[in-house]
Design a protein. Structure first.
Length: 279
């Protein structure tokens, strides 16, 4: 989800021209040149009809980082996505560089630009992997498995074709501000490109801010201005599990906190800082 330059959420702003296609697009993005992509209608965001949903764009940025000087012995264990303004549903180009080189530790940075303006800054720490199964211990809570959950309408409170393109399940007992949800998509991230498991998983993490809403989005705005992801291992993208809590503070700032799961158990955490906008 996204904000405009002034930090305002505009749930019902409409584009000058309706860009939804009558036929379902085969992918979220179509490559048009090296590191440049055209978003399809299925990337349509939840706050504004003329923007891209940050979740699927984060997956595209992760894909760009995965393709940059890849090393099989490194694991991307932490991603930060800084949302620099409204992300129009227009062609986006990435410039990727290694900001910190090393034999065991690397920091990779990707800047996504629409027209002349940077809109998404992504950084990823990549660490050397080794066999530490003898000392493995994970304290993060596991979610109920997808087969133990029930169908859930994750798009009920929201607009946008991206959310409507997903499949949802929820664990029993969810409530406003606290919910456990599984999601997956049948849509390819990039047309004609085999995308890695990490990018596919990351492309659904930003959804957390919309699965356990404290208030209906028609009554106030609470877009996130960033997304931070920490991973313990390589995730399995078959299902993305979002064990999410949403908190609103007294000073116009909120926090969405999520334990990330895949079908094998807890895989990491995510956090999103929210700007709260009352009518």
């Amino acid at each position: 989800m996204c904000v405009d330059d002034a930090g305002r959420a505009s749930p019902r702003a409409r584009p000058e021209e309706e860009t939804r296609s009558t036929d379902a697009a085969p992918s979220y993005f179509v490559p048009v040149a090296d590191h440049t992509y055209r978003p399809t209608s299925l990337t349509q965001g939840a706050w504004r009809e003329d923007e891209q949903h940050v979740s699927v764009l984060a997956g595209l940025a992760a894909h760009e980082i995965e393709q940059h000087e890849p090393r099989a012995d490194l694991l991307a264990c932490r991603f930060s996505f800084e949302i620099l303004g409204q992300i129009a549903r227009e062609e986006i180009s990435f410039e990727v560089r290694t900001a910190r080189t090393g034999r065991t530790i690397e920091l990779v940075e990707a800047v996504g630009t629409i027209g002349p303006r940077p809109v998404l800054l992504t950084r990823a720490w990549r660490l050397l992997t080794s066999d530490t199964t003898s000392v493995e211990g994970i304290e993060l809570p596991a979610m109920p498995k997808p087969q133990d959950c029930e169908p859930f309408d994750g798009a009920a409170q929201w607009q946008g074709e991206f959310l409507a393109s997903l499949e949802w399940l929820a664990a029993p007992g969810g409530r406003d501000g606290r919910r456990q949800v599984w999601t997956r998509t049948p849509v390819d991230l990039v047309e004609g490109v085999e995308v890695g498991d990490l990018a596919r998983f990351v492309s659904l993490v930003d959804l957390a801010n919309g699965v356990a809403t404290r208030r209906h989005p028609k009554t106030m705005g609470y877009p996130n201005v960033e997304l931070s992801i920490h991973l313990l291992r390589r995730p399995d993208p078959e299902w993305v599990g979002l064990d999410t809590s949403v908190s609103f503070g007294p000073d116009g700032v909120g926090l969405t906190s999520t334990v990330l799961n895949d079908v094998h158990g807890p895989v990491g955490t995510a956090a999103q800082s929210l700007t709260l906008r009352l009518p």
